[in-house]
Every structure is written in structure tokens, then in C-alpha cells.
Write a new protein. Structure first.
Length: 190
């Protein structure tokens, strides 16, 4: 009987630490602080990265129509694929962008392209995930934000894709139910 209890306890502890990964990516459904977004996969010279087959697969280049080829324009987008999730942690984050990009979680900047020496960022996919932020709790009040500045009179856009980990509610339910059943059984055996 003790072996059964030990096994059950180990299974419950392992299942309580299980998390499921959710994918998020840039799309026209993401919320902008500017105008309604327009999307494109290439600029006039067809120089932008095509997300198909890359870590950005499924994502879409985004820019507001009033910021297209407008020198000094800026805009930002809030990631809404994570809406309705109470909290989560980043597990990966890939981007391509033009011209300057700042990625923030709430007020915390996790990536600033001005701190890098990346040139022609729109031609490649970059992994900007920093594991030092993996323990940072992200809530609905601390949105994942992508802010782009157009410092040259050229096409400007941003594209991103990633994953986040969230607690698995069904596992928490199983844990709670098992603990109640265990306590009830223990009480009736006394």
C-alpha cells in the first residue's frame, strides 16, 4: 500500500509541473496603437524575408498604412494571441524587422535593436529570446509589445513568432482531485 501511495504522489508531483506550450505570431489581429494595419511579405524590391519555412512560419509582416515609407514614423503592436491567459513565460521569440525594434514586456525592455550591430534586419530571422527573462511572470496587464521606428524614408515593418508556457489547468484539477481523494481515504481508514 505504501508503494502505491508513493507512486501516486510521484505521478501527481510530476503532473503538477507539466506545462503546455502555446504558439503566438504576428498577424493582422494584433492590436496597434496606430491605424489599422496593412500587411505585405516584401517591399518594392522584394528584399524582405519570406517567413515560409523559417522560425517565423505562419506569421505576417505588419505595418500601419500611415507609417509606410514615412520617415520618422513609429508604431507598436500588442501580441493578442496570448489573450485570455492569466500568466505565461516566454520560451522562444524570433523576429525580423525594419528599421528599429524595441520589444517590451510591460515596462521591461527585453530587446532593443539599437543595442545590437545587426544590419539589414529585414533579410534574416533573429532569435532574440533571452533566457534571463524566462522566469519573468507575464500577465494580461504586462503586454508583449513590438515597437518599430522608421528612421529612413523606406518600407517599415515587423514580424515575430514564438512560444510561451502556461500552467495546464487540467493537471492542476487532477492534482487537486487526487489530494482530496487521498485525504478522504486516509480519513476513512483511521
Amino acid at each position: 500500500m505504501n508503494l502505491l501511495k508513493s507512486t501516486l504522489t510521484a505521478v501527481l508531483l510530476l503532473s503538477s509541473t507539466y506545462v503546455s506550450a502555446i504558439a503566438f505570431y504576428s498577424s493582422v489581429d494584433d492590436v496597434s496603437d496606430s491605424t489599422s494595419p496593412t500587411t505585405t511579405y516584401t517591399d518594392d524590391d522584394e528584399n524582405w524575408i519570406d517567413p515560409t519555412g523559417t522560425a517565423l512560419d505562419g506569421a505576417t509582416w505588419i505595418q500601419p498604412s500611415d507609417a509606410w515609407e514615412v520617415d520618422g514614423s513609429s508604431f507598436s503592436y500588442y501580441e493578442v494571441d496570448l489573450a485570455g491567459v492569466d500568466d505565461y513565460n516566454l520560451t522562444s521569440l524570433f523576429v525580423s524587422y525594419d528599421d528599429n525594434l524595441i520589444v517590451s514586456i510591460g515596462d521591461t525592455v527585453i530587446f532593443n535593436s539599437k543595442d545590437t550591430d545587426i544590419e539589414k534586419a529585414w533579410k534574416s530571422v533573429y532569435d532574440i529570446y533571452d533566457s534571463s527573462f524566462s522566469s519573468l511572470l507575464i500577465t494580461a496587464d504586462s503586454k508583449l509589445t513590438f515597437a518599430v521606428d522608421n528612421e529612413k524614408n523606406d518600407a517599415t515593418g515587423v514580424i515575430w513568432s514564438g512560444t510561451a508556457s502556461v500552467p495546464e489547468p487540467s493537471m492542476l484539477f487532477v492534482l487537486g482531485f487526487a489530494l482530496i481523494a487521498f485525504a478522504y481515504r486516509r480519513k476513512t481508514n483511521v
